[in-house]
Write a protein that binds this ligand. Structure first.
Ligand code: MG
Length: 393
């Protein structure tokens, strides 16, 4: 009987290189932290691996100055602890590899942080190649005619046959690529396939895709934003609230204090408009209702400013990677007149949610003196909110 154990199945690792400064980008942030729809480019890139059908342990190599940007960009994602990069890309990759607790046969995918639009089919193809080759280089064939220039003039037309543009991921067995990197220290090679070539490894070309481009310029970022637009879904939530009118001298509606001949009765400030809108936002993200988050039995919320409730709902949307596209509140009452306060209400709601005023609508109607609102026994409010969330498979 054979007592030797069979080798453990290869585990998958990704090393994402995010240590660059992105000086060609021109924006205020390194390109890997620029805003791609509602989150950082780096977050999209990391999620491309986290969404892969097999588990991938993801490590990001960052610039030492970027720790806060990194923490914000990947908040809530299950990643390995980040590693500080070195002076060159090659150094950064080696430092990332050294930090992995991987076995020689484990598979490591080295990927640029600024390539967020990585299709899982590319990962499939690259991993499959390792059955027969030492390394997989994702690349696409050159289709444009290539010219060699000299002093602003064409010096030669280069035969494009057999020319490929290298992309990432570049995929290796851990034992071989870390040995190759250790041997290549100081050579300043521009990609990991070159490190592998230097070590005499056989590197197989794997078809990449035009969408797997590297965000380098502001135009690239705009293109990436157009492409990821399709990966979002829109959700709508609705909310309804009523508060009773009792003796008093003012009401709070949509965050605005309005002198009145009565007040609204409630545990908090009884802002019927903000309560309806808070419920609409919670509804859009399936997060229960205002009573779950702020129980009326809780003394903390006695007399509370309802802007806290609305801000909390907005924060929950943000934590899901969402953006509030639009919200619309209708106040149902005979008095007070809402019209004179409409602009202030819109501005206040926009301020609480951190969105533009053109994403907020406030309307009012009476019920023609019918029902409890018509008899001025109470005020009702309805709200609808539309939220854009990252799509899930
Ligand atoms: Mg209420």
């Amino acid at each position: 009987m054979n007592h030797s154990s069979s080798p453990a199945p290869a585990r998958l690792f990704a090393v994402i290189v995010a240590a660059g400064r992105g000086s060609r980008f021109g924006g205020p942030l390194p390109k890997q932290y620029a805003d791609l729809k509602s989150c950082a480019v780096l977050r999209e890139t990391a999620q491309a691996f986290l969404r892969y059908r097999s588990p991938v342990s993801v490590l990001v190599v960052i610039h030492p100055d970027d720790r806060e940007l990194y923490d914000e960009a990947v908040a809530g994602l299950d990643l390995l602890a980040p590693v500080h990069g070195g002076a060159t890309r090659q150094d950064s990759v080696r430092l990332g590899l050294e930090a992995l607790e991987a076995a020689p046969q484990d598979i490591v995918m080295i990927h640029d942080a600024a390539r967020p639009l990585l299709d899982p089919a590319i990962i499939d193809r690259a991993i499959a190649v390792l059955e027969t080759s030492d390394a997989a280089l994702v690349a696409i064939p050159v289709r444009d005619t290539i010219k060699r220039g000299a002093a602003g003039h064409v010096a030669a037309t280069v035969d494009r046959e057999n020319l490929w543009r290298a992309q990432t991921p570049q995929v290796f067995r851990y034992g071989k690529i870390i040995a190759a990197h250790r041997a290549a220290v100081g050579l300043d090679l521009t990609d990991d396939a070159a490190v592998a070539e230097q070590a005499g490894m056989k590197v197989e070309l794997v078809m990449g895709s035009e969408d797997n481009f590297k965000i380098t310029t502001a135009d690239d970022l705009a293109r990436a934003n157009r492409l990821v637009g399709a990966a979002y879904e829109f959700r709508t939530g609705q909310g309804f609230d009523v508060h009773q009118l009792v003796e008093g001298d003012h009401v709070w509606i949509n965050g605005i204090r309005i002198p009145h001949t009565a007040k609204l009765l409630g545990h908090s400030d009884a802002d019927v408009g903000l309560h309806a809108l808070t419920d609409a936002l919670l509804g859009a993200i399936g997060a229960g209702d205002i009573g779950n988050h702020f129980p009326p039995t809780d003394e903390r919320w006695r007399g509370a400013d309802s802007s806290k409730f609305l801000a909390h709902a907005g924060q929950l949307v943000a934590e899901k990677g969402g953006r509030i596209t639009h919200c619309d509140v209708t106040i149902i009452c005979e008095r007070p007149k809402i019209g004179p306060h409409r602009a202030a209400m819109i501005a206040r709601i926009a301020e609480i949610l951190g969105i533009d005023v053109d994403r907020v609508s406030v309307k009012a109607t009476t019920t023609e003196e019918l029902g409890f609102t018509g008899r001025r026994e109470g005020i009702a409010a309805q709200a609808v909110a539309t939220v854009r969330l990252p799509a899930r498979d």
